[in-house]
Write a new protein. Structure first.
Length: 189
């Protein structure tokens, strides 16, 4: 049984947001990270994630080449990691509160054409390093394995800003942020 939430990678559960484990795959998720049905109520007995419930354990994520991990159905009957759905630009949930119906139709066509700099597999939708002039592209899951830096901020106008950096620029921004502690998004303004 993995201790971390498979979506946010956090390792601490809370009374109102515990980490719940799938009885079949043993992967854990915070109730709020997973969405429906856990966001409505934590089951008394065993809980089975959507992917295991549908018998889709061998399905590959539509947004990266990985099979392992917590996924939900997409609007075109594929599967996507919740983490990929939350971080890959232009992906959204038709039911945002329940984190249901992952919609990948608005993903920029160039993302589907990239070959990941880390795994070299031309499959899924790659993110781009947010550093101006950098051409590095990567799958979210490949980047997370290498410790890439991600930051998200919801603006007052309701728009979301997401930044992601390749390995090289993640190190640069970590050093800079350690000094100024403003956060990457604010430091870039």
């Amino acid at each position: 049984q993995l201790e971390n939430c498979s979506v946010c990678l956090g390792h601490i559960g809370f009374e109102d947001n515990p980490i719940v484990y799938c009885e079949k795959c043993n992967l854990g998720v915070h109730a709020h990270c997973y969405g429906y049905p856990l966001s409505k109520a934590i089951p008394e007995g065993d809980w089975i994630c959507q992917r295991c419930e549908f018998g889709a354990e061998q399905e590959t994520c539509a947004l990266c080449p990985m099979k392992f991990g917590i996924m939900k159905r997409t609007t075109d009957s594929k599967w996507a990691h919740l983490a990929c759905a939350l971080w890959v630009p232009e992906v959204f949930f038709r039911d945002g509160k329940g984190k249901e119906a992952v919609d990948t139709f608005q993903v920029a066509p160039r993302r589907w054409r990239h070959k990941c700099d880390f795994c070299k597999i031309p499959q899924g939708a790659c993110m781009e390093c947010s550093e101006e002039g950098c051409k590095s592209v990567f799958h979210l899951t490949c980047g997370l394995e290498r410790g890439i830096l991600l930051e998200y901020e919801r603006q007052k106008n309701g728009r979301d800003i997401v930044v992601s950096f390749c390995e090289k620029h993640s190190m640069v921004w970590r050093r800079m942020n350690a000094k100024n502690r403003k956060g990457i998004i604010r430091a870039r303004k």
